[in-house]
Design a protein. Structure first.
Length: 289
């Protein structure tokens, strides 16, 4: 009897340990890291324009980025380098010639304070922060003109949580553009002077996995770099869901798939020319470990 009781204790202890191990394993397996993304752009009538872009990632950051033509020959590569507070984005062609360069300069807290377009244009955007007013004022300077003239572009406003929610564009009769949020999820984008660009954001009914979230600082830096808050739906912590639509002669459809851990596995955008039946398709496929 004592031997039976001992065997039961051993069995139960082993089972509990096994369950805890399986649970831990499942928790680890549910967290996935992006290692590669492939983007295919295909044209039904001009297949010679087809391209394939392969991006490799480490810690969800791009470490290699190459584009290939329809013959699978590489035609360009993008390189990101960091030197102190400056992050440089460069593009080289297959002759190793530099064809594009943009430098992003940050302050000690990581906020974007200057964007320098070096190739193909030569201009600079500066971002002046006023933490008391909760604003960032943006100026552009043309470096290739005598005296390097500088001009006002816009002012961005941020909530008490630090996230941009409004932009004032232009000095004379400025266009006030506002993003409405539900907590940190954007709901809509509205313009006072141009109602035709107003839109409502749609998302899939689940947030991005925790290791794919973007900080408020990162979102603000992207909006400043792009000089608009309109695209907050593409950089926030929810997956954007695009609406199928017809505009003019073109019908555009969208599709996305996710795995059981709600990591996106593919996204496809197809545009059909209703006049001649030609199609353009952009398909992105995500690979994880």
């Amino acid at each position: 009897m004592k031997k039976l009781a001992l065997l039961l204790i051993v069995f139960l202890t082993t089972t509990i340990v096994s369950c805890e191990s399986d649970s831990s394993s499942m928790a680890t397996e549910s967290t996935m890291n992006l290692v590669k993304k492939i983007t295919l752009q295909t044209y039904s009538q001009t297949p010679q324009d087809n391209t394939k872009r392969i991006q490799y990632y480490a810690n969800n950051q791009v470490i290699a980025d190459t584009t290939f033509n329809h013959l699978n020959q590489w035609i360009s590569r993008n390189v990101i380098t960091v030197n102190g507070n400056t992050k440089s984005y460069k593009t080289f062609n297959n002759s190793n010639q530099l064809t594009f360069q943009q430098d992003l300069i940050h302050d000690a807290s990581g906020r974007l304070i200057e964007k320098r377009d070096i190739l193909p244009s030569t201009s600079s955007k500066t971002y002046v922060y006023n933490d008391i007013a909760g604003t960032v004022t943006i100026y552009t300077t043309f470096l290739n003109q005598p005296g390097n003239p500088s001009f006002y572009l816009a002012t961005f406003y941020y909530h008490s949580n630090g996230l941009f929610f409004k932009e004032s564009v232009g000095q004379d009769n400025p266009d006030i553009r506002t993003v409405i949020y539900n907590n940190l999820q954007p709901i809509s984008y509205q313009s006072t002077n141009n109602p035709s660009i107003n839109l409502t954001y749609d998302f899939y009914p689940f947030p991005k996995p925790s290791n794919f979230t973007t900080s408020i600082l990162e979102m603000n830096n992207i909006m400043l770099k792009d000089l608009t808050i309109r695209n907050i739906n593409t950089i926030c912590n929810f997956y954007p869901m695009y609406t199928n639509a017809t505009s003019g002669n073109f019908t555009t459809t969208h599709q996305a798939t996710f795995n059981s851990s709600v990591y996106i596995t593919s996204r496809t955008r197809t545009q059909v020319n209703n006049t001649n039946g030609s199609t353009f398709t952009e398909e992105q496929t995500y690979f994880y470990n």
